[in-house]
Design a protein. Structure first.
Ligand code: UD1
Length: 364
């Protein structure tokens, strides 16, 4: 059985790594990796392959950046050629980025089976490009691996047949668990005792200059109370450069380039508080028991709010500042780790795929 893994953007790499590893235990399975090239900077891509001990991708489609339609279309036309040539038995796609939906659509049209890892998550906000990617990918997938039970409920409501859906747990937490010791070694010695770790890259936060300026002013206000460490995503960097805010010179704010996986995870373990609009970081902070304030009106990962340490502050900057104060005063939301976020989600995925392969061989 030939399995093709498709990855493209930063949050895909830590999800694919444990699945690749787990499938190595099945000798009848051959696997290879196609990188779409959606992310291409060294510190958005290559460094993750190195740190996660993944072999370099077998194929790189080198699509680069573009509008959603351009990027998705480029991935589709280049990936279709690969699928036609290599004829995989199963294509695994990860998360909710443009690479995910593009590959799923190619396979669905060619009658190639697709497995979606991190299926079923919903923000119920179609203004988010990722929500469109999730809805379409899950309708097309033949095997859907969910990280938590809310994913199964969403898929059932959308009419996805339950036989296709497997509650596997969270593969990103598999990587976190495996890499945590190395991440602790990667913590810089000159880290402040207490600090706020910030990441922002959602179009809803960074593409609107007026809103971004207000957000940056709020960060500057936080920086006057406690050091703020802010690794800046390339999308955000472009917009901060054009911003009227003087964040770069604001006291207490340390802007830096995007960090490699280990360095960022190391900082999360030591952060007093994380302020983010990322999806994955809401999950990582929940696992680590670190307070997280999410600058979004909704989340596709509600379990991080109901069970974990996450709180949505929406686009209410007064609420953001009030909640920061509360954490600094020691009023920290306690959370617990959701079921199946145990470091073995990829083993469960591999077992399902391996079992199906055995059945296919037996039948055929
Ligand atoms: C993408 C995903 C988002 C994910 C994020 C993680 C989609 C729709 N969005 O958003 O879900 O949370 O990745 O990072 O798939 N750029 C670089 N270097 C790179 C990559 C991008 O400079 O290596 C710049 C380009 O100017 C590009 C911009 O960043 O136009 C945005 O990149 P893009 O891949 O379109 O979306 P992200 O915002 O990274």
């Amino acid at each position: 059985m030939k399995i093709c893994h498709v990855v493209g953007a930063r949050p895909n790499f830590m999800k694919a790594a444990p699945v690749l590893r787990a499938l190595r235990s099945y000798p009848a399975i051959e696997q290879y990796v196609v990188h779409t090239g959606q992310h291409y900077d060294f510190n958005m891509s290559d460094v993750f392959f190195q740190q996660l001990e993944m072999a370099p991708p077998d194929i790189n489609l080198q699509v680069g950046s573009g509008s959603h339609a351009q990027q998705t279309a480029q991935i589709m036309s280049r990936f279709e050629a690969v699928v036609l040539e290599r004829q995989p038995d199963l294509v695994l796609v990860y998360g909710d980025v443009n690479s995910t939906v593009a590959a799923a659509l190619v396979c669905a049209k060619l009658g190639i089976r697709v497995g979606h890892v991190e299926a079923g998550l919903r923000s119920f906000d179609r203004a988010m490009p990722e929500e469109i990617n999730r809805l379409v990918t899950d309708q097309l997938a033949d095997m859907l691996f969910t990280p938590s039970a809310d994913g199964n409920a969403n898929l059932a409501r959308e009419g996805v047949s339950p036989e296709k859906v497997h509650l596997a747990g969270n593969v990103m937490i598999d990587t976190l668990v495996r890499m945590l010791p190395a991440a602790r070694q990667a913590i810089p010695a000159d880290l402040p005792e207490r600090f706020v770790l910030v990441t922002l890259h959602r179009p809803s936060n960074v593409d609107n200059p007026e809103w971004l300026d207000k957000l940056l002013e709020a960060l500057a206000a936080i920086g006057r109370k406690i050091p703020v460490l802010f690794p800046v995503h390339p999308r955000t960097r472009q917009h901060i450069a054009a911003s009227e805010s003087s964040l770069a010179s604001a006291r207490g704010i340390r802007l830096m380039d995007p960090l490699p996986y280990l360095q960022f995870l190391g900082l999360q373990t030591r952060a007093t508080l994380v302020v983010t609009d990322s999806g994955g970081i809401q999950e990582e902070t929940t696992f680590l028991g670190v307070p997280c304030l999410t600058v979004r009106e909704n989340t596709e990962r509600p379990i991080t709010v109901t069970s974990g340490t996450n709180l949505l502050v929406g686009q209410d900057l007064q609420k953001l500042l009030t909640e920061v104060e509360r954490v600094l005063d020691g009023n920290v939301k306690q959370g617990c780790v959701p079921p199946l976020w145990d470091g073995h989600a990829a083993d469960r995925i591999a077992a399902v795929i391996g079992e199906k392969n055995v059945l296919a061989v037996a039948k055929g």
